[in-house]
Ligand binder design. Sequence first.
Ligand code: SF4
Ligand code: MG
Length: 339
Amino acid sequence: MSLLEVRDLKVSFDTSDGLVQAVRGVSFTVERGKTLGIVGESGSGKSVSTQTLLGLTAGALIDGEALFEGQDLLAMTDEQLRRVRGKEIAMIFQDPLSSLHPLYKVGKQIAEMIRQHEPDVTKAQARKRAIELLGMVGIPEPGQRVDDYPHQFSGGMRQRAMIAMSLALNPKLIVADEPTTALDATVQAQILDLMLRLQREFDTALIMITHDLGVIADLADDVLVMYGGKPVEHADRRSLYYRPHHPYTKGLLESIPGSTGAKTRLKPIGGQPPSLINLPTGCAFHPRCEYVMDRCVPEEPLLAAVGDKDGFPDLGHTSACWLPKEAAGLDAEAENLRQ
Ligand code: SF4
Ligand code: MG
């Protein structure tokens, strides 16, 4: 059994401006100890999808299934979900200050969370574990820093503290939503290294949400690319990076800073993400797509298997685009990225 199996998740919000279709049918699985990268621009539905699984989208209209070890998260009561959050599934957000309480010492917050879920643990034991965890995530002199307040930590240290907190209860799954976006490039690389190392050490599964395919290039086993509330490409990391099929995925790859070498220029995707109230007809990406064809405007492409160069199916690699499936990875841009 997969650790998490999401089936045809749909999430919308009834607003005064109309129905916002934030997620329009997303399916994916996460296996134990593995990493799924969910990638897309803001408004693609990547955050809403995972927030919905954890009961954090109050007032949303939700459809579909999300089986966590066989139990449907979407059918759980608030009380059941509260027990799952933190203990079974932990979250890390972009801005640790929104998750760390400014008026409590960092170590105390970690210790309190441990005691909330494990009432038998004494205060002294929880504090000891908080110090160990802070040391594990690379906070220097954790025995002293445990009594610091969040504002006494740098941005990178706060994110390390959040990672410590997420690991405190040894969860089976961590959902990290843009965890390094607010950090400068050097600190970002350190935090990603740390997450990779700890994930292996703890054998935790990870869902890493990002707008930057570069962030998960070393981290993800599988990658799901979302656009306008829907998945547009889904593949294992190698297939996705070496043989991208969907023009949007190719656009994301071309806009990774610094990763494609001096030969390839950085090329942001032109145009704006679609309105989720008034989506384009056919392929939602068509107003921005440089490959747009006649049928893309009226007809919506569904996820379908991508063929490989020799015409054999590339197992598990799917793309929602009318371009010939054999086109995956064959154009000049993609060839460049291969090198
Ligand atoms: Fe572009 Fe058409 Fe493919 Fe959409 S279906 S990504 S518009 S080529
Ligand atoms: Mg987001």
